[in-house]
Design a protein around this ligand. Sequence first.
Ligand code: FAD
Length: 470
Amino acid sequence: MMQEEKNIVIVGGGITGLTAAYQLQKRIKEMDLPYTIKLIEASSRLGGKIQTIHKDGFTIERGPDSFLSRKKPAVQLVEELGLTDQLIQNATGQSYILVKNKLHKIPSGSFMGIPTELRSYLFSGLVSTSGKLRASLDYVIPKGKEKTDQSLGFFFRRRFGDELVDHLIEPLLSGIYSGDIDEMSLLATFPNFYHLEQKYGSLVRGLKQTMPKTNKKAKKKSGMFYSFKNGLETVVKTLEQELNRQSIVLNTTVDHIEKKEHVYHVLLDSGDVYKADAVLMATPHNTLSKIFSQYKMFEAIKDVPSTSVANVALAFDASAIKKEIYGTGFVVSRNSNFRITACTWTHRKWPTSTPLGKVLLRCYVGRPNDEEIVDLSDEEIIQVVLKDLNKTMKIRKKPEFTVITRWKHAMPQYTVGHLERLEKIRAAMKEKLPGVWIAGSSYEGVGIPDCIEQGRNAANHIVEYVMKKL
Ligand code: FAD
């Protein structure tokens, strides 16, 4: 059955596609454009990786738990949606790195593990004396000659040596990307570090010059992250309410997209076809080569890896924890004999997530070279997690309940050459697939604010494009 409409189709109802749909709806209304939007989502719900559940008074995030408050696109969207009064900020507290099975405080004055205050590093047991001496060579090592992309690992190891990288920088950065820093692209993930090195010669000097000065006497009470009283899904539900009901098509997978003379035919698994003047692909990168199988341009990213992880939430009565560490959580370095990669003491970091007298721990398993753990049964995963947790805490009772969420091939890896590949794909799309855009976590940032910005930008490009067609 062919539906005769003037459509803009958005494929994928995660935060990228949802933001794009919201922005498009607004612009279409403002400009009185003769277009309808179809947001097509394969699953039975909107939000993609953002999923909150409520159980026995706990608020549990199955995917992301917050977004960075300093990144403006998310804050702007929250304001526009009238959700500012529902925002909550994380409580600050000591966070740790587990190195060779021992918990160490993350030294104060570090940025992503890079020292900006030497004193706190000198007294930290995280790095040996020779490791500290090697790291201090950052002041004298000349800036790199590489003008093209390089791995984060190569860049940081050259500046600071292996020990600081393996004990501090790698666990912190891998916590964000779940990736291998010796494969990840410097320019696609932290281009500012490259620019600081080029400008100041030393990264430590560059960070000291450019980081905002903190008033050491004013104790920080609130953190760098935002969520909502009712969980992150608040933003998803609100966006959903703002959209016209007819725009949302759930339980429908886009199978194929074909370019015809004036429009695209979007073929659905139901057998229906939508005609579209413009299309936004807000799905993971590995869906593209199948959906546009007649085009070669997406082959370049087809096999770019996405790491599998599982998020394991464990709810306890407080009496179950006999030895607790004061803090908000820890990340694990690879040279530790642990399979969990991180643990957040969620009841501390987000106090409203947990009823009084209870404890909520949220752990991750799965990293490059240990992705198979995600395929273990729930019981096996819980056993691994509890065994690891008991190496740092004393947990004497079983959890009241657990929630395991497997994220298979869900963390896209921006490997070396990412930006160059993206540029080539976009150039080829402009020529061969005019009116089709790609946006979302596979491309220009995995964080929620980055996805929101990409969704909004894509919507604005689409408006410009369809206006020229009128
Ligand atoms: P997705 O959320 O993946 O949405 C894509 C949608 O496309 C899905 O709903 C999917 O069903 C749909 N789809 C796929 N194929 C088709 C098809 N053929 N037809 C129709 N629909 C299709 N970011 C932060 O800022 N803070 C965090 O704390 C944080 N933690 C994270 C923890 C985990 C476990 C994960 C996995 C990610 C985390 N992130 C975090 C990253 C962030 O959550 C994601 O990058 C972001 O939510 C991705 O949004 P998206 O819309 O681009 O993609």
